[in-house]
Design a protein around this ligand. Structure first.
Ligand SMILES: O=C(O)CCC(=O)C(=O)O
Length: 249
């Protein structure tokens, strides 16, 4: 499945779109489990964390902060067998190994479940949060459970931005969890919107700048986000090394 042109595109651009990697049959179990968790967050295994739309808002007194709609999860692949099988799917691992090398682990996992009207994710680098060394040792697999479109907040990448390493950041005053990279001195390429059908996976380098817009539709835009690293890579933030999602090799 892995072909050399995939690696050369990824090396130049910092991302790689693989349309239709998974079919309906493979998506079925993970979609059903996601629906159960959105419907009943208490059914998630212990240790899974659930994020709500209002959690990231700095102003805790405003109406936005009261939104309890589920926006995301962390650690489903660490604790839930359906997500573990997905993260270990041979088609997924073949591509991740093609990008990272033979020995890998799932460093962390999350879901981003953009509800109707769901907020934008501002431009950022995953490595700004994970600080994994070596810096090239982290690949994120962003897996679309629904068609991701220009209207519902598909992923958008700045080609080649991984070559600048980790940018200094400031905190977004409205949503302090967001790291806003300081790219003032850099002549970045034009961002590329990447609409993809459900079942597609976009692989991106940990230093590639990316964002997604608001979901301006009436339906959810759900994604499983799997952050793989080389087996021996480790974060500068020791706590993260104690929370690795899955050993694979
Ligand atoms: O799913 C999204 O809208 C954004 C996900 C993201 O930024 C990430 O995977 O780092």
């Amino acid at each position: 499945m892995f072909v050399d042109t995939m690696k050369s595109f990824y090396d130049s651009n910092g991302y790689l779109v693989v349309e239709g990697l998974f079919g309906e049959e493979e998506l079925g179990p993970i979609r059903r489990r996601t629906d159960e968790i959105v419907e009943c967050p208490e059914s998630a295994p212990e240790g899974v964390s659930i994020g709500r739309e209002g959690d990231t808002v700095g102003d805790k007194s405003g109406p936005q902060a009261r939104s309890k709609t589920i926006r995301g999860t962390a650690f489903l692949a660490r604790f839930d067998p359906v997500f573990q099988d997905f993260a270990r799917h041979p088609k997924m691992l073949a591509i991740v190994r093609g990008l990272l090398g033979a020995h890998i682990k799932l460093f962390r996992d999350q879901m981003l479940l953009k509800p109707p009207g769901g907020q934008a994710k501002p431009l950022h680098q995953d490595q700004s949060y994970f600080r994994v060394q070596p810096q090239d040792g982290l690949v994120t697999a962003w897996c679309a459970l629904d068609d991701a479109t220009l209207e519902n907040g598909c992923m958008c990448y700045v080609p080649g931005s991984q070559k600048y390493g980790i940018f200094d950041v400031t905190k977004d005053p409205e949503r302090p969890v967001h790291h806003i990279p300081d790219t003032r001195d850099i002549d970045l390429n034009e961002p590329v919107q990447c609409p993809v059908p459900a079942g597609s996976v976009i692989f991106h380098h940990g230093c590639t700048l990316h964002n997604s817009k608001t979901n301006d539709t009436e339906t959810w835009r759900r994604a499983v986000i799997l952050h793989y690293t080389t087996k021996t890579a480790a974060s500068e933030t020791e706590r993260l090394n104690r929370e690795v999602s899955l050993e694979i090799d």
